[in-house]
Design a protein around this ligand. Structure first.
Ligand SMILES: [Mg+2]
Length: 379
């Protein structure tokens, strides 16, 4: 692996990005409520990545970008570059289905302990998936598209996933993204509990309830998990009690859990009363990211880990300790753009974890796609 200098995601994608709220950062593009009205979405409804309505919104946005950048061409085909077989492939299949474009998706998950392996698979709707265990296989994918009469250039919309694809490549650098999130939960709980915070107790609770066996209870939602850590670390409820109640089936959902805390809110530490009230209200409104201060800490932790070293010793060290840009994705995306393809970035990260608050923006903080990081890769 080599270090290719400092860059930003916006060097590749400009502001052609949406985070989880589907609200485009580029003000030339229409807001979600405008698109929502056109395609008949309920006001205020934000579809998730695996939902067909998400694809309907993205197709509209891609057509807008095409009109702005290359109005002489229409989009004929779609390329997706991502890292997950579930969410990315689902969104890819849905976008092809909604638009009628034919497509191919590159799904990368690096494993240098295995020999190079490429598998060709298919979505339910018959679009090809190119599954690779090297990010450097993106070059071979480009050639494969040419051989399959789908050269990536004018008339191609390229959709690029941000999380663990352009930033923190899966299997290579993705552990740092996970560490950053744990640090954000840690910092949030620590700040709220002050003197009563115990690092070992926190780590034990976080690791315990982050396990797959509790996913049906936590919905694998990190905001819920952060809140659970906060309540247990504060001493209001015990880890054993919670575990027993989940195992016995008395407690089946996070909604039930937060209702129990609401019933005992007079016993909460005084500092936690208003924090609990805010999260409780947001949960009642079905906000999927109700723990806003945790997500704002996630933003701060993320930028702290980007471009951290000023004079890097080695690629290995950067990949171990920092969030890096994936050079192979950066390089190939710029080639495709040069050939006339339009590029668009998708991130499933909540906006609060990706964009600074108004207060921080005033102090000069910028969204994560404008933050410098080292570009590292094997090309
Ligand atoms: Mg991803």
């Amino acid at each position: 692996m080599k270090v290719f200098g400092r860059t930003t995601v916006s060097e590749i994608l400009q502001d052609r990005i949406v985070f989880r709220n589907l609200s485009p950062l580029d003000d030339e593009l229409p807001a979600l409520d405008v698109i929502g009205k056109e395609i008949g979405l309920a006001k205020g409804y934000i579809p998730r990545k695996s939902n067909i309505d998400y694809a309907r919104v993205i197709v509209k946005l891609l057509k807008h970008v095409q009109n702005l950048d290359a109005p002489n061409f229409e989009i004929d085909n779609l390329i997706l570059v991502g890292d997950t077989l579930l969410n990315d492939v689902k969104a890819f299949g849905n976008i092809c289905q909604v638009s009628g474009w034919s497509g191919k998706a590159f799904i990368g998950s690096e494993n240098m302990d295995e020999p190079l392996k490429i598998e060709i698979d298919m979505t339910d709707t018959g679009e090809e998936l190119y599954l690779a265990n090297r990010w450097s296989s993106l070059c071979a994918f480009d050639r494969y598209c040419v051989e399959s009469n789908m050269e990536i250039g004018s008339g191609t919309a390229v959709v690029i996933d941000l999380d663990k694809t352009v930033l923190g490549a899966r299997g290579r650098n993705s552990h740092v993204i996970d560490q950053v999130r744990i640090q954000a939960v840690h910092n949030t709980v620590k700040r709220m509990l002050g003197q009563s915070f115990d690092k070992n107790v926190f780590s034990d609770i976080y690791e315990h309830f982050n396990s797959v066996k509790f996913h049906s209870f936590t919905s694998d939602n990190q905001d819920y998990l952060a809140y659970i850590c906060l309540v247990i670390c504060s001493g209001l409820l015990s880890k054993n009690q919670l575990e027993n109640d989940i195992k016995s089936g008395d407690l089946q959902s996070f909604l039930q859990f937060i209702a129990i805390v609401e019933a005992q809110k007079h016993d909460l530490m005084p500092d936690l009363v208003s924090i609990h009230a805010d999260i409780y209200d947001r949960v009642q409104l079905s906000d999927p990211t109700p723990f806003k201060s945790f997500r704002r800490n996630e933003y701060l932790s993320t930028i702290e880990f980007m471009g951290k070293s000023t004079n890097p010793a080695s690629a290995k060290e950067i990949l171990l300790n920092e969030i890096a840009v994936t050079e192979e994705v950066r390089d190939m995306a710029l080639v495709w753009k040069e050939r006339g393809a339009i590029l668009f970035g998708l991130s499933d990260k909540p906006d609060e974890a990706s964009i600074p608050s108004t207060e921080l923006a005033r102090q000069g903080y910028v969204p994560i796609h404008q933050v410098e990081a080292w570009s590292v890769g094997g090309v």
